[in-house]
Design a protein around this ligand. Structure first.
Ligand code: G
Ligand code: G
Ligand code: MN
Length: 506
């Protein structure tokens, strides 16, 4: 029955929970992906940066060597060149050392440089130029730094290998490019003329070059797969769990929503089952709630009472049920026999601080009404639920007893209460659970259980109601054991209270 209601809401429920799952998963994976890209980039930049600083260290001795050569510029080349050769052997990274006169190499450690290599005045001093060699190693990369004043000075050149041989020692540097002005080269040392550079770059602060590399989407994907598969799967699982939670919650909320509406529409109606005395004379009734839903017909309490109790809706539901019951019975008040018992089921929640007043108010309405003169109100508290706060319950019991309201322990034998609880709470009736009545006339092993439970009930010196009596055999047995009241299909199933009134009170 309730499934039909749920079906109408399924679509919305699925939508919400799938959206929640996908939403959480997307946010989670986006964070993981962004984090991975960031850390991958940072790692690459660190490696680029280390190449830059290694190259800078190799160029470190340039200032010193230029300062050593500068005093030689005034000497004749025959003297100067010997000194230049003495200097160059001390430094591995230099290819040639040269003295410039009139912007052209005049003296050099390599004779081919003389009168062949020149400097241009427009380039600033002490700046690194990386270029293609035309004199000593034509076609290969060299580095050059000059310091020339008034067309005279010093020029030093480096073997290009000092730049790219480093890459051999750096992990994953296949795509690293060393770039300066208009040229770049990679670890192969082949010159490319292009100013285009890749997306990640670290530039030297001191010299005119940078190291850059391209990171492709594929690199990021590989990185994520390698390091974050587990996290992503974990997020997928978490998203599914949350999705399921949302799904169940949506289900609960939608049922609750319908239930609230139904209280407003007065869809919860009282059914009644007669309770007879041992002579078979009508002595009372038990009100059993039914949900008469406009779309789905009659719904039984075992479906909605647990949800009503869990959500607290049981409180307004009971208030309404009691009011409806009292109103209907008042209409036939004159036909109701004296001492008639009206049984109402209540829940443990009714004794919580926040709900007590609601129960007491409903009872007050009863005691203030004319029904009170000839009937007894009996509140049935089930043993199946545990009592939340024993002291609170006891004080409400006292209040109710002062109002002459009677209390029954329902489903006796099935639940939580210990005998001392029952004694202290001052019940007036005991309703023996149907499961014990069912044992009557069954087998020899089970039968003593029934005797024991009846015996126990009698020792408590309370009036006893047997529930779920269906057969003559059960009835006879209960009569011989002096059980006071009988309730069950033997006499009648629960029927709408209106029908009950028609049947018994007209
Ligand atoms: O007739 P039956 O199927 O009605 O009842 C099923 C269960 O629902 C029983 O355990 C009964 O105590 C409980 N029940 C029926 N009506 C009410 C009610 O109005 N309030 C509470 N709390 N329980 C009820
Ligand atoms: O509140 P309580 O748990 O006592 O509710 C009694 C329950 O037992 C209700 O569900 C009611 O419909 C059911 N009931 C009452 N008499 C009989 C009976 O003779 N046989 C069966 N099977 N159920 C019964
Ligand atoms: Mn009951």
């Amino acid at each position: 029955m309730i499934n039909k209601i749920k079906n109408t809401l399924k679509y919305r429920q699925w939508l919400i929970s799938i959206a929640a799952s996908i939403g959480i998963f997307s946010v989670g994976t986006s964070i993981i992906i962004a984090q991975s890209i960031k850390s991958y980039d940072a790692n690459v930049l660190t490696r680029l940066g280390s190449v830059v600083s290694i190259i800078e260290t190799k160029l470190e001795s340039t200032d010193e060597i230029i300062n050593r050569i500068m005093p030689l510029t005034g000497m004749p080349c025959s003297t100067a060149e010997h000194k230049l050769i003495d200097i160059i052997v001390e430094y591995a990274e230099f290819q040639t050392l040269n003295i410039i006169k009139n912007n052209i190499v005049a003296c050099s450690t390599n004779s081919r440089m003389v009168n062949a290599a020149y400097v241009t005045s427009d380039k600033p001093n002490n700046e690194l130029s990386i270029l293609e060699s035309s004199v000593v190693t034509p076609g290969k990369i060299i580095g050059a730094i000059k310091e020339v004043h008034n067309k005279n000075g010093v020029l030093v050149t480096f073997n290009g290998k000092i730049f790219y041989s480093i890459l051999e020692h750096i992990d994953d540097s296949d795509n690293f490019r060393i770039q300066s002005s208009k040229i770049w080269f990679d670890k192969e040392g082949i010159i490319h003329y292009s100013t285009q550079r890749s997306n990640l770059m670290v530039a030297s602060e001191k010299y005119n070059f940078n190291i850059n590399t391209n990171v492709s989407t594929q690199d990021y994907v590989n990185e994520i797969i390698q390091n974050n598969t587990f996290l992503i799967i974990l997020f997928a699982v978490i998203s599914l769990i949350i999705g399921r939670y949302v799904f169940l919650n949506a289900q609960k909320n939608s049922s609750l929503f319908i239930m609230k509406e139904s209280i407003a529409d007065n869809e919860f109606t009282p059914y009644a089952q007669p309770v007879m005395d041992s002579n078979g004379k009508l002595s009372g009734l038990e009100i059993l709630i039914r949900w008469n839903n406009k779309h789905h017909g009659l719904i039984y309490p075992d479906v909605f009472i647990p949800l009503a109790e869990a959500s607290g809706l049981i409180i307004p539901m009971t208030t309404q049920l009691m009011e409806n019951t009292f109103n209907l019975l008042t209409t036939v008040e004159k036909k109701v026999p004296n001492d008639f018992h009206i049984g109402i089921n209540i829940s443990a929640q009714h004794f919580d601080k926040t709900n007590q007043q609601s129960l007491i108010a409903s009872c007050k309405k009863y005691t203030d009404s004319s029904l009170n003169a000839k009937t007894h109100l009996v509140l049935e508290l089930t043993e199946r639920q545990a009592i939340h706060d024993y002291d609170e319950t006891q004080s409400v019991f006292d209040t109710l007893h002062e109002m002459d309201i009677k209390m029954a322990i329902d489903d006796f034998g099935t639940g939580h209460s210990t005998l001392s609880d029952i004694k202290n709470l001052n019940f007036d009736f005991i309703k023996i659970d149907k499961s014990f009545i069912d044992l009557i006339g069954s087998d020899a092993i089970a039968a003593p259980l029934v005797d024991n439970i009846i015996d126990l009930a009698q020792r408590l010196e309370l009036a006893i109601v047997a529930e779920g009596v269906e057969t003559q055999e059960q009835l006879d047995y209960l009569r011989t054991h002096n059980v006071d009241y009988i309730q069950g299909y033997y006499y009648s199933k629960p029927i709408p209270l209106t029908e009950f009134i028609e049947q018994y009170f007209t």
